[in-house]
Design a protein around this ligand. Structure first.
Ligand SMILES: Nc1ncnc2c1ncn2[C@@H]1O[C@H](COP(=O)(O)OP(=O)(O)OP(=O)(O)O)[C@@H](O)[C@H]1O
Ligand SMILES: [Mg+2]
Length: 256
């Protein structure tokens, strides 16, 4: 089948810089997307978590690289996975993308995350992340988009997560997502969830510790540690790459 996303007789994705070499494109894509991603995680601009916002996030990250950024794929895809002996995950059919993604997003939006014990937050969050990833809504860039989107979503619930862990362990993370989605129409259910649960648990634990530290610093600064203030300080620390002291936080919150 002809893949309209590729240059003719090549494996290189058509791109805005018209780069025809796979390695050069990978480097250019990594540069632009890392910069866009670092802006996105401190922008605090995603308010709704529906399929449209997922597409908008893909656009935000990939707008410099592909003219189809933000648009769901129009072909079916397969990606050979080393850990599956070159088999591919059975990603959603391109005609079912919006429906399949919305099902998971509805489930996420209708869950009362703050009423759950830590262990069930870990499992439920990892399950939703895996299900949304299995849709693979875009021709490329699904892992970066879906992982970032789910992290923004859970933080919007006041549950913090150290998303750097996913970025710094990208190969492990991709394999964990593959293992969590190894269900095949002919081979049956070969899923292994434990790898994904493990890294999600670590990231949520670190996020919870960071939130506690910031709560303490705000109290030390003589202020009431509301969710809104905690969020402000989290984003400030991330923007500046500094863990601010109680004294600094006091000045910052007074100036807000
Ligand atoms: N959460 C993340 N944050 C930042 N960079 C990531 C993240 N996950 C993966 N990457 C980086 O993105 C690049 C491409 O990785 P990969 O192909 O596995 O994911 P993707 O392109 O986002 O998704 P897919 O290929 O499944 O559509 C790699 O260089 C990887 O290090
Ligand atoms: Mg990729």
């Amino acid at each position: 089948m002809i893949d309209p996303y590729l240059y003719p007789e090549s494996d290189v994705l058509r791109n805005l810089a018209d780069i025809r070499n796979e390695e050069t494109l990978r480097e250019m894509e990594a540069d632009y997307t890392l910069s866009r991603l670092s802006d996105v995680v401190v922008a605090d601009s995603v308010r709704k978590f529906d399929f449209e916002s997922l597409c908008e996030l893909h656009y935000s990250i990939f707008q410099d690289v592909y003219d189809w950024a933000g648009k769901p794929r129009i072909i079916n895809i397969e990606k050979a996975e080393v850990i599956l002996g070159e088999l591919s995950i059975e990603y959603s059919d391109c005609f079912d993308i919006a429906r399949d993604a919305s099902k998971v997003l509805d489930d996420m939006n209708h869950t009362d995350w703050n009423r759950q014990a830590f262990e069930s937050i870990v499992q439920k969050f990892a399950d939703c992340l895996a299900r949304l990833w299995k849709v693979h809504p875009f021709r490329e860039g699904n892992t970066r988009t879906v992982v970032t989107f789910c992290c923004l979503f859970i933080e919007a619930q006041g549950i913090y997560i150290e998303s750097e862990l996913f970025k710094d362990n990208a190969i492990y993370m991709r394999r964990a997502l593959v293992a969590a989605n190894a269900v095949f129409h002919d081979l049956g259910d070969l899923r292994k969830m434990e790898y994904l649960y493990q890294i999600v648990e670590d990231a949520l634990e670190r996020g919870a510790r960071m939130k506690e530290n910031i709560r303490d610093q705000i109290k030390k600064a003589g202020q009431e540690a509301t969710e809104q203030k905690i969020r402000k300080v989290v984003l400030w620390n991330r923007r500046t790459h500094i863990e601010h002291t109680a004294e600094e936080i006091k000045g910052y919150l007074q100036g807000c």
